[in-house]
Design a protein around this ligand. Structure first.
Ligand SMILES: Cc1cc2nc3c(=O)[nH]c(=O)nc-3n(C[C@H](O)[C@H](O)[C@H](O)COP(=O)(O)OP(=O)(O)OC[C@H]3O[C@@H](n4cnc5c(N)ncnc54)[C@H](O)[C@@H]3O)c2cc1C
Length: 585
């Protein structure tokens, strides 16, 4: 009920946000989130969960407080500006191309990379995933972008571990390690100025040079040319695409791992024969330095057969980043939505909490459902990746070599789900975060009031990163024309939605089949235009149906967040600390 205020004026306005801040800032991402606990319990085998639970809880104590504050600090404007400036020369005319980042990002990077996320002796596939999920609740791109890129680099190098040159093998070992503060980061440089979607149109050249270069290296591949979007330029290594000159596959993309500095040169700031030409000024992921660079003979080590570069980079490295984009945003959504709902219960207008207005109730429910189904879908898809021992298949041709047809189909479903999930989550997230921001009224726009504006800016990037929407929608359509003999679209859709409402399965399978049966969505005619329109709309409906089914499978009994309950609980939790302080004094 709306109550008209009958209070008199008060020049000493006592209003304070302190209770809201107290609840928001005492929330432990794992220990206080019953939904996340339910997701973890459902997906991780009990025996394994018992082993890793303590580790996850210990990390959550850091992520929810210390790392959160560091991430917020790194987002301050003066810190964001730092990663748009590069120092090309030192005082003695040496080209150094030095990047300066804020201390908070450097501390975060050190502490996160020291977790040994990719070290199989320190992390299981599930502990790695849940740790990354928790870290993404803070979403600091300056660190989380290299977390995703390093994951992709490790997976690709591991695939060819037995055949790598000794230098590349050493790189793999150092990326996996992370012990004794000796961690290393990887980036990935694919996009060029003429296009990022069209990777086969890359122009950077790789040349095998026998003669010794100025750096003293001989009989090595060297790279020449420009890359135009090089994020995490602070990284120690990059996975780079290039065309190998004078080879039978000179028009095809090959993949290389490229050290940023040759051994012993990092301290001297002598880069591996490339220059950083400029750092970009970005709307989102602003804590992350993204560079334009020119290779001028950088030493590079090939990964896998030269002619398989395109399928390896897309099928493994980019696919893994697409998983990161989606589960990273799912984690971010849990936090953004939780904080917005808590604020709506704290804030009053016209004498009542704003969460009690029917307009708001609908928006709260919509956001809550979005965050939960997105997280449930992300866990379900990632569990498929873990089911296959975290091994992605490069392309359809490799898939078709799998004799067991059920395994082949299941792997194909994972391949398509990774793309579908990336497209839809990246499309929904900016709209949903915007809605969450609206709960705060004008305060929602203030960057130092809350972290959702940063999440909003970053979510805009996710749509373009690692394959824009159109490119992935087209790729899925093309995939179905290639597998129709062994996996008809209708059957795929039924398998995907297994367990869902039968009417929905029936309706969606027919619609999916109709869209996928269209022979070519690249031809510009009325029919193709209509199919493209339908596919854009239907792709979202299909993934949402999958996510909703994942949520149902969780059998989670909805327990609405209660601001009043949390404030009581957190005060009780704080009391012993407070009493301890009094005794010490
Ligand atoms: C903040 C940021 C960081 C980045 N970091 C990196 C990085 O570290 N490494 C890296 O390699 N790249 C990076 N990128 C580049 C990113 O991967 C590319 O921007 C992306 O691949 C798109 O390429 P493009 O920008 O050249 O767009 P284009 O390829 O020119 O595409 C423009 C538009 O055309 C549409 N389009 C293209 N092809 C088709 C098609 N077949 N059908 C329908 N529509 C189509 C696209 O959907 C898009 O809307 C980064 C980008 C951003 C914004």
């Amino acid at each position: 009920m709306i109550v008209m205020s009958s209070q008199e004026g008060n020049r000493n306005n006592p209003y304070t946000f302190d209770d809201f801040l107290f609840v928001r800032d005492h929330f432990n991402y794992y220990k206080d989130d019953e939904f996340l606990q339910a997701l973890i319990k459902k997906n991780i085998p009990q025996e394994e969960l018992q082993k890793i639970d303590g580790d996850l809880r210990a990390l959550s104590d850091y992520v929810s407080f210390r790392f959160r504050d560091l991430a917020d600090k790194a987002n301050e404007l003066e810190n964001r500006i730092k990663v748009t400036k590069v120092k090309h020369y030192d005082a003695h005319n040496h080209r150094i191309d030095r990047i300066e980042r804020c201390l908070e990002t450097e501390i975060l990077e050190r502490e996160i990379f020291s977790l040994g996320l990719y070290d199989p002796t320190r992390n299981s596939p599930w502990s790695r995933f849940v740790k990354m999920f928790l870290l993404y609740e803070n979403g600091e791109s300056g660190v989380m972008c290299p977390v995703a890129c390093t994951h992709g680099a490790v997976e690709l190098l591991q695939k060819y571990e037995d055949k790598l040159q000794p230098e590349a093998k050493m790189i793999l070992n150092s990326l996996r390690d992370g012990g004794n503060g000796e961690y290393k980061l990887a980036a990935q440089f694919v996009s060029e100025i003429q296009g990022g979607s069209d990777v086969p149109a890359n122009l950077v050249e790789a040349v095998f040079e026998k003669e010794e270069g100025k750096d003293g290296m001989s009989n090595v591949w060297r790279l020449y040319g420009q890359k135009f979007f090089c994020s995490a330029i602070q990284a120690d290594y990059a996975i780079v695409t290039a065309k190998p000159k004078n080879s039978p596959s000179s028009t095809k993309i090959a993949v290389f791992v490229v050290p940023s500095w040759l051994p012993g040169n990092k301290e001297k700031e002598i880069r591996n024969s490339y220059t950083i030409d400029r750092l970009k000024q970005k709307l989102g992921t602003a804590e992350l330095p993204t560079a334009e660079i020119t290779f001028n003979g950088a030493v590079a080590y090939p990964i896998g057969p030269l002619e398989k570069g395109l399928s390896n980079i897309v099928g493994i490295v980019l696919s893994l980043s697409r998983l990161h984009v989606a589960f990273g945003m799912a984690a971010g959504a849990l936090r953004v939505v939780r904080e917005a709902i808590l604020y709506s219960q704290f804030r009053t207008a016209f004498g009542v909490p704003i969460s009690s207005f029917p307009m708001m109730i609908n928006q709260i429910n919509e956001l809550d459902q979005f965050a939960k189904r997105t997280a449930a879908g992300a866990f379900k898809i990632y569990s498929e990746y873990i089911h296959f021992n975290e091994e992605l298949i490069s392309g359809i041709r490799d898939l078709e070599r799998i004799k067991d047809i059920e395994e082949r189909k299941r792997r194909f479903r994972l391949r398509e789900l990774i793309m579908l999930q990336k497209i839809v989550v990246a499309d929904e997230a900016p709209a949903m975060i915007r809605k969450a921001i609206s709960f705060y009224g004008g305060h929602g726009i203030m960057e130092d009031f809350l972290s959702s504006p940063r999440f909003h800016r970053d979510s805009m990037i996710m749509e373009l990163w690692e394959g824009p929407r159109n490119v992935l929608l087209t790729q899925i359509h093309r995939d179905f024309s290639r597998v129709k003999d062994w996996y008809p679209a209708e059957e795929f859709c039924r398998d995907l939605l297994e367990g869902a409402n039968l009417d929905i399965i029936e309706k969606y399978s027919l619609e999916f089949n109709r869209i996928m049966s269209h022979d070519n969505i690249l031809r510009n005619d009325e029919q193709a235009l209509a199919i493209c329109r339908d596919w854009e709309v239907f792709s979202t409906k299909l993934l949402i149906a999958y996510q909703e089914q994942a949520l149902r499978e969780l059998e989670y009994t909805w327990k609405p967040l209660k601001f009043s309950k949390l404030i009581r609980e957190f005060r009780k939790r704080e009391l012993p600390k407070f009493q301890e302080r009094i005794v010490i004094q």
